[in-house]
Ligand binder design. Structure first.
Ligand SMILES: [Ca+2]
Ligand SMILES: [Ca+2]
Ligand SMILES: [Ca+2]
Length: 404
């Protein structure tokens, strides 16, 4: 267990190239293993090998014409590994996807071409992130694609940020980049709750955000961090089973459409976060064998039945920090109810949450990383609910945007 915890702590920091050091769990105790002074430094990026014994859950084999159609679609689009993980979504969706010429755009890979720019201290809500990447001046904070709804309000640089951040070993301001989410400075109410909205655009999905959607597939890579005591950097070793990071699709921040995320770290999950989703108004958590590198998440929204599915695919190649396909996806959510029915994929909400810890000292979220967002949406053609709009212009729109 000690070795596993050490590996996990290393994993929590493997991408950590920013300002702060991480966990020093001098008093962390689990079973008969005492961990002393495990210090992970930001200047020691590590390629971590964590071998979990939990095998990926096999996905159902196609057993119907509709699923075979979905399989054909997936093979054609070279997305079989991802798509078969959610093969259980409504058969009609598979047929609809086959009927459409799906195209992809991106919220972004958080690189320069996606409209993100150094220096690292610029939170995404401080400049024209996700579009031109041009720096805004203070009167224009929160006027672009990204807006901070709640937080520390500190634009000068603190330990609460959602920002482009390098992860390749060159430092925070050197590509490749991902979106770092961290909250170790308190918000204005003293909590570690930060809420940031991303306004989805036609350059993401290929359709106007005011277009009702039938369904959507959202893909991204994620590397969860851990919740730590900010004053000490020590990992919080009380599993409170609360969200540490949440991501919502559609709806409003107060009444979101679909919500997933990860919890505070759980000793029974190798001190990793658990995965959670909201099924209607109920938060459901489950063990998740995160690789410690980027793993891949696929969210399938069905806006007709107001349900959603989620699959997670573990990084296949732990030599590289990036997500590598090759493992079978695990279906972790199937047919969950939206928290609130919605039809517009117009906004997404990125949030950090306070880990109450031992009830005396609260914990905040150490650096967590997201990358490579991609969208596919199915919308009705105005003249027919059964004919799908061709979205092949999405990639072109995205390219044109990036040249501006
Ligand atoms: Ca990237
Ligand atoms: Ca990898
Ligand atoms: Ca905790």
């Amino acid at each position: 267990m000690k070795g596993l915890i050490r590996q996990f702590l290393a994993a929590a920091a493997f991408l950590g190239l920013g300002a702060a050091a991480l966990a020093r769990p001098a008093a962390l105790t689990t079973g008969n293993a005492d961990l002393d002074a495990i210090l992970i430094r930001d200047d020691e990026p590590q390629a971590t090998q964590i071998e979990m014994q939990t095998a990926a859950q096999p996905v159902p084999e196609p057993t119907s014409v509709a699923l075979l159609l979905l399989g054909a679609f997936a093979a054609l689009t070279r997305r079989w590994n991802r798509a078969k993980g959610v093969a259980a979504i409504a058969a009609c969706t598979g047929a609809m996807l086959l009927a459409s010429n799906s195209a992809q755009a991106k919220l972004g890979g958080f690189e320069a071409v996606d409209g993100y720019s150094p220096p690292f201290s610029h939170d995404v809500w401080m400049y024209d992130a996700g579009q031109t990447g041009a720096p805004f001046t203070p009167p224009f904070y929160n006027t672009g694609r990204w807006a901070e709804l709640f937080g520390s309000g500190n634009a000068g640089g603190d330990s609460q940020y959602i920002s482009e951040h390098g992860y390749g070993g060159g430092g925070a301001n050197v590509a490749p980049f991902a979106l770092a989410v961290r909250c170790l400075s308190p918000s204005t109410d003293g909590s570690y709750n930060q809420q940031v909205r991303y306004s989805v655009g036609a350059d993401d999905t290929g359709v106007s955000p005011s277009t009702p959607i039938i369904s959507a597939q959202i893909d991204f890579d994620i590397c969860p961090g851990a919740t730590v005591i900010p004053s000490t950097g020590m990992i919080d070793n009380t599993f409170n089973n609360v969200p540490a990071f949440s991501l919502s699709f559609g709806g409003t921040n107060a009444a979101p459409g679909a919500t997933i995320g990860f919890t505070d770290n759980d000793p029974s999950n190798g001190y990793k976060a658990e995965f959670f989703h909201n099924n209607g108004g109920t938060t459901v958590t489950q063990l998740m064998p995160w690789s410690g590198h980027f793993d891949h998440v696929t969210v399938m929204l069905n806006n007709i039945t107001n349900t959603f599915d989620v699959s997670v695919t573990r990084d296949f190649n732990l030599i590289t920090m990036d997500y590598d396909p090759g493992n079978l996806p695990s279906v972790v959510v199937l047919g969950a109810s939206m928290t609130n029915p919605f039809s517009l994929l117009d906004n997404m909400y990125f949030r950090t949450h306070t880990d109450p810890g031992n009830g005396i000292t609260a914990a905040g979220l150490e650096k967590s990383f997201l990358d490579n967002f991609g969208f596919q949406v199915v919308v009705p053609e105005p003249s027919s609910m059964l004919t799908m709009l061709v979205l092949s212009s999405a990639a072109l729109l995205s390219r044109q945007r990036r040249r501006i």
